[in-house]
Structure formats: C-alpha cells, structure tokens
Write a protein that binds this ligand. Structure first.
Ligand code: SF4
Ligand code: SF4
Length: 178
C-alpha cells in the first residue's frame, strides 16, 4: 500500500556556537514554559535545552533534547575540543538510561524539545538576545507516518522503569478512583 503524502512545516533551529555567551536564558525560559502551571517555577533541570559551558575556553554549546532511547547504546562518543576532553556522550541529545540528562527531575520521565508547542516562535530562540539560536521554517511533503506521541513515550519509559504489570496495576487502580 502506498503511503499518503501530507504537507508538514519543518522547523529548524540553527545553533551558532560562536555567538553563544553561555548566559543560559534559553534554559531558564524553557524550564519556566514547561513548569506546571506554566511559568510557576524555573528549574534548568527541567529544560529541553542545556548549555555545555567551558568558561575558561570561552566555549558554550547549546544541546537540544532529542529522542527517548529505551536502551543505552553500545558505542560511546567522546569529544576533544581545544585540548579539553569532554565526558562520554556529553553532546548526545538522547534521554537514555545511562545518564541523568534530559529527564524530568521529579518523575524521571524523558524530556524532549517540542518546539514550544502552541507558541509562534520557539521561546529559547526568542530569548537568545545574541542570535546564537535562530529558527527557520519550510514546508515539505512527507509520508504520513504514525508518530509516537508524548504520552506513549512517557508510558514506554514508565514500563521500562517499573515493568508492564506495575504500570497496568497503577492505571487500573487510578481508574477506579472517583
Ligand atoms: S540564550 Fe543564547 S547566548 Fe544564552 S546560553 Fe542560550 S544560546 Fe547561548
Ligand atoms: S524550542 Fe521550546 S521546548 Fe525546545 S528547547 Fe527551545 S524553549 Fe525548550
């Protein structure tokens, strides 16, 4: 069967590392936007962007939270920049079991950049006063695909952590409450 084509707006955030000054305003606004209720708190650990900071070398690298990975990968990346060796996986975008990055601090659920759903412009881009982050949009024809929604990603992560039976029991118990 032929896959249906549909039009989709693709947003690309461009990161100019040379312009970033490490101010972390992007982390701050992202975490505030995703607080519950919105803007009620500011905790960079909840941010979907984090800035790797190396002030002595005047080097700052914003990294966006990407896909959830249920299992850690067998191979690791290790970068050396300007003579400094960074931790394994330092620049990886995944929320995965091998490290604490890109996980909701209270629940441990994976975090992923959602481009500030509902906002006209990604807020990290709006708050970056030095234009280290800029956003471009284009329209593309793509194959209709079944995407894993956030709720499914969250559930998959809970199942990995606690097992299917525990998650099912909890949902059953919750559905009985009035
Ligand atoms: S707001 Fe812009 S300059 Fe500041 S840390 Fe984020 S990307 Fe860098
Ligand atoms: S686009 Fe929005 S959700 Fe993504 S990192 Fe920037 S502020 Fe956070």
């Amino acid at each position: 069967m032929k896959a249906e084509k549909k039009k989709k707006i693709i947003k690309t955030i461009k990161i100019n590392v040379d312009k970033c000054n490490g101010c972390r305003a992007c982390e701050m606004i992202c975490s505030a936007f995703h607080a519950a209720p919105k803007y009620s708190s500011n905790n960079p650990a909840r941010s979907r962007i984090r800035v790797i900071r190396e002030p002595l070398n005047d080097m700052y690298v914003p990294v966006y939270a990407g896909e959830y990975a249920a299992a850690e990968c067998a191979g690791r990346d290790k970068y050396t920049i300007d003579g400094k060796e960074y931790d394994e996986c330092a620049f990886c975008r995944a929320s995965c079991p091998s490290r604490g990055e890109f996980k909701e601090p209270d629940s441990g659920l994976p975090l992923k950049c959602d481009m500030c759903e509902g906002e006209e412009e990604p807020l990290c881009v709006k708050w970056c006063t030095v234009d280290a982050l800029t956003c471009e949009e284009r329209e593309e024809e793509v194959d209709e695909e079944v995407k894993m929604e956030n709720i499914e990603i969250g559930l998959a992560s809970m199942v990995d952590k606690y097992g299917l039976e525990k998650v099912m029991d909890t949902v059953a118990r919750m559905s009985k409450k009035d």
